[in-house]
Write a protein that binds this ligand. Structure first.
Ligand SMILES: [Zn+2]
Length: 51
């Protein structure tokens, strides 16, 4: 699972792949992969610097 953030409304969610439409704002928008891969944030699963 990866963490994605909607660049339109800022909604973050976990998914295997970014959806066509944002679950929150229903817009076809860009999604940023904010999954954190470094050990420092393994408990949170996402990178606060990106999200
Ligand atoms: Zn959105």
């Amino acid at each position: 699972m990866s963490e994605f953030k909607c660049t339109n409304c800022g909604y973050t969610f976990s998914a295997q792949a970014p959806p066509k439409e944002c679950p929150s704002c229903k817009a076809k928008c860009e999604f940023v992969d904010i999954t954190c891969y470094i050990p420092d944030c393994q408990d949170k699963g996402k990178d606060d610097r990106l999200g």
